[in-house]
Design a protein around this ligand. Structure first.
Ligand SMILES: [Zn+2]
Length: 57
C-alpha cells in the first residue's frame, strides 16, 4: 500500500491506488504520494538519512 497526502489540507490516506479526491476536504486532484513507506523498505541499517554516510572503514 502507499500513503497519500492531500497537498491542500494535509490529510493522509492509505490506498493502493491514488484517491481521486481528498477524504477530508473533498478537493479533487490534491492527493500526492508520500514516499515514507517506500523509504522504510529501502533502508539498510541506516537510522537516518543525514547520519548515513559512507564509512571508509
Ligand atoms: Zn484535503
Amino acid at each position: 500500500m502507499a500513503l497519500w497526502k492531500c497537498s491542500k489540507c494535509g490529510a493522509t490516506k492509505d490506498a493502493r491506488c491514488k484517491p481521486r479526491k481528498c477524504p477530508e476536504c473533498g478537493e479533487a486532484g490534491t492527493m500526492v504520494k508520500e514516499e515514507a513507506q517506500a523509504e522504510t523498505s529501502q533502508k539498510k541499517g541506516c537510522g537516518s538519512k543525514r547520519s548515513c554516510k559512507k564509512k571508509a572503514s
